[in-house]
Design a protein around this ligand. Structure first.
Ligand code: DX5
Ligand code: ZN
Length: 225
């Protein structure tokens, strides 16, 4: 799956940008919510999510870079989020946040920042739908991919296969075709692309190139041996 992050889109024309990503083949629209506390940046809230909800049927994947996610899960679910991903490093009880996400009828995910080891989230792998492995320090688009994320992806893949979890491994930050292909080989089934998608000369071509990279590797769910 290719999920396009609107953090790199034109905020002055978000409905149009969401339609463009949909037309160009995005499997998910990645919404980077930032509260200025968990990360040193502020992006947008539930009101923006509901204002673009009608622009596409493509699932909204809300990445909550928020200090207290449990305070906002209902609002983002009501605004139209289909998948809600909270950070392992945020405050509050992760299990409660995940059950609230499920209670609201959304799919759930946990994100881990580059410095956070996989073992911190191993106990949740049986209940989440997405494990978001950050390949940049959260807070901004347009950063360079941190190569050490690849080892974390393989480690997560091995753990997920061992326990028989349904979780998809997604990688987020600095993804271009080269890093996306390496992440897929390591076991990622989803890549998040912000700059590589929205700043590309040909978004459809960039997204389909990433899809081919994902399909061509044993890491993707669709891979047939
Ligand atoms: C960073 C966000 C990422 C970022 C991806 O904190 O979580 O989703 O916007 O954008 P690029 O692909 O430009 O790194
Ligand atoms: Zn993100």
């Amino acid at each position: 799956m290719v999920s396009t992050s609107i953090l790199s889109a034109d905020f002055g024309d978000l409905r149009q940008e969401v339609r463009r990503a949909t037309r160009c083949g995005a499997d998910r629209i990645h919404l980077d919510v930032m509260d200025g506390h968990f990360v040193g940046n502020i992006s947008f809230g539930p009101a923006v999510v509901s204002s673009i909800r009608g622009a596409t049927k493509t699932p909204f994947e809300t990445h909550m870079m928020v200090e207290k996610p449990q305070d906002y899960i209902s609002a983002f679910a009501d605004a139209g989020s289909d998948i809600i991903i909270v950070h392992a490093e945020a405050s509050g009880n992760i299990s409660n946040a995940l059950s609230l996400i499920h209670k609201k009828g959304a799919l759930s995910g946990i994100a881990i920042s580059p410095q956070t080891p996989i073992k911190v989230v191993s106990k949740y792998l049986g209940v989440i739908d997405t494990l978001l492995v950050m390949s940049v320090n959260p807070g901004f688009g347009g950063q360079k991919f941190i190569g050490s994320a690849l080892a974390k992806i393989s480690q997560a893949k091995e753990l997920i296969d061992r326990i028989g979890s349904r979780a998809t491994i997604a990688v987020d930050g600095g993804v271009d075709l080269e890093w996306g292909a390496k992440a897929a080989l390591a076991g990622a089934g989803e890549v998040v692309a912000g700059t590589y998608a929205f700043k590309s000369r040909n978004m459809a071509k960039s997204i389909s190139a990433l899809k081919h990279a994902l399909d061509a590797s044993p890491g993707s769910k669709g891979y047939t041996k």
